[in-house]
Design a binder for this molecule. Structure first.
Ligand code: 0WW
Length: 373
């Protein structure tokens, strides 16, 4: 048990890192995949299942929770951990990214973002200070700075403006967060696909001596090669004794290639959202259970999996559930997908610890390419 927030680098293998984040509510083995818990729940899952799959930490969704049921109400009810019955670490985002992608009428300026709720149209103001206050009311263990993430491609001048605004907001978030020993506030590196802006953003955040660093502004429409190039430029500028979180990433292939470039933490809606849309992630690649070719297939998704959803149900049955829009279809495929992602992360952690990351990554990628699934 610890009352501090610490990161320990346990092993490296090329650019890949094996580490451990220690917090009062528990430890996070890195590289880690963080399931997205939107309204304090990972959709279509019980949180006990999420935990049993090997998830050390989940994401709380600040934008949704501040609108409904409200951050002050969650605080009155004891904070998000008690509210959702998840006693382990929670990382909350600032809410800013979803304001930009979910809410209607919005205005962004130096003070922050003014927007209308997509639920009832009510007007809300989100400043860096208010975002940190909300994340504190949720009793979040890792809080994210408010930032401005712009879609790519974008004009370099626009990339620079958003990056410099995000740096000023990082300072304000650091001040608002203050000194909370068992918790962390992570800065977010911006700079789009412009190398010198990425370096400038990383170096400026570095000098703020934060407890962790996210790489933002990626997986927003650019090709994977551009994303990977930006990681190769950004990660070396970040302190090696602090965790690095690549926001919104990604596919299993994205994760393998990003771990190889020094990333420790990932979040992505893909495994959960895809599960609700009939898509199964397996070690043989993706399988779309909506496809009629599965209608008579008695095989499970993966008979060697330890996850019942992958091992015990025929593809024919899963196809039937998905085609009939049965809730159990979404439940079983979400369960399978998160189990696959967490098994991939466990294999990655073992590969790094045994100095076999490159061979392991090659073997995993060949499995996806096998086809005939
Ligand atoms: O610079 C960024 N700053 C802040 N957030 C970002 C996010 C959201 C990460 N997941 C938040 C979760 C919080 C809890 C609820 C679910 C989201 C990104 N997601 C992506 N790509 C995936 C994308 C998803 C949608 C459009 S692009 N790039 C991102 C870049 C940034």
């Amino acid at each position: 048990m610890t009352d501090q927030f610490t990161f320990k680098l346990l092993a490296t293998d090329g650019g890949a890192r094996r580490g451990k984040i220690s917090m009062p509510r528990g430890n996070v083995r890195t590289p880690a995949f963080m399931p997205v818990g939107t309204g304090g729940t990972v959709k279509a899952m019980y949180l006990d299942q999420v935990r049993d799959l090997g998830s050390d930490i989940i994401l709380g969704n600040t934008y949704h929770l501040m609108l409904r049921p409200g951050a002050e109400r969650v605080a009155r009810l004891g904070g998000l951990h008690d509210f959702a019955r998840w006693p382990h670490p929670i990382l909350t985002d600032s809410g800013g990214f979803q304001v930009m992608s979910l809410s209607g009428l919005r205005k962004l300026d130096e003070r922050g973002v003014v927007f209308r709720s997509h639920i009832d149209g009510a007007k809300h103001e989100m400043s860096p200070e208010r975002s940190i206050e909300i994340q504190g009311l949720l009793d979040s263990d890792i809080q994210m700075q408010l930032d401005e993430c712009i879609a790519l491609p974008a004009e370099p001048a626009e990339v620079q403006r958003a990056m410099e605004l995000s740096l000023r907001w990082a300072e304000r978030c650091k001040t608002a967060f203050g000194d909370q020993p068992g918790k962390a506030m992570f800065g977010i590196v911006q700079g789009g696909d412009v190398p010198e802006l990425r370096v400038k953003s990383a170096q400026a955040l570095n000098s703020m001596d934060l407890k962790g660093y996210a790489v933002g502004g990626l997986a927003v429409g650019e090709p994977q090669a551009v994303m990977l190039d930006m990681l190769s430029i950004t990660c070396p500028e970040l302190p090696e004794n602090k965790p690095r979180y690549l926001m919104g990433v990604g596919t299993p292939d994205d994760i393998l290639k990003s771990v190889a470039r020094g990333i420790d933490m990932f979040d992505c809606v893909m495994p959960t959202r895809a599960g609700r849309h009939g898509l199964a992630y397996t070690r043989f690649g993706k399988i779309n259970l909506k496809n009629a070719r599965h209608a008579d297939d008695p095989r499970p998704l993966d008979e060697e999996s330890t996850c019942p959803a992958a091992r015990d149900y025929s593809r024919a049955y899963l196809h039937h559930l998905v085609r009939s829009n049965e809730a159990l279809g979404a439940m079983l495929l979400t369960w399978n997908n998160l189990a696959y992602y967490q098994s991939l992360m466990a294999e990655i952690r073992d590969g790094i610890a045994s100095g076999k990351f490159v061979d392991m990554a090659a073997r995993i990628s060949e499995g996806w390419a096998r086809g005939d699934i």
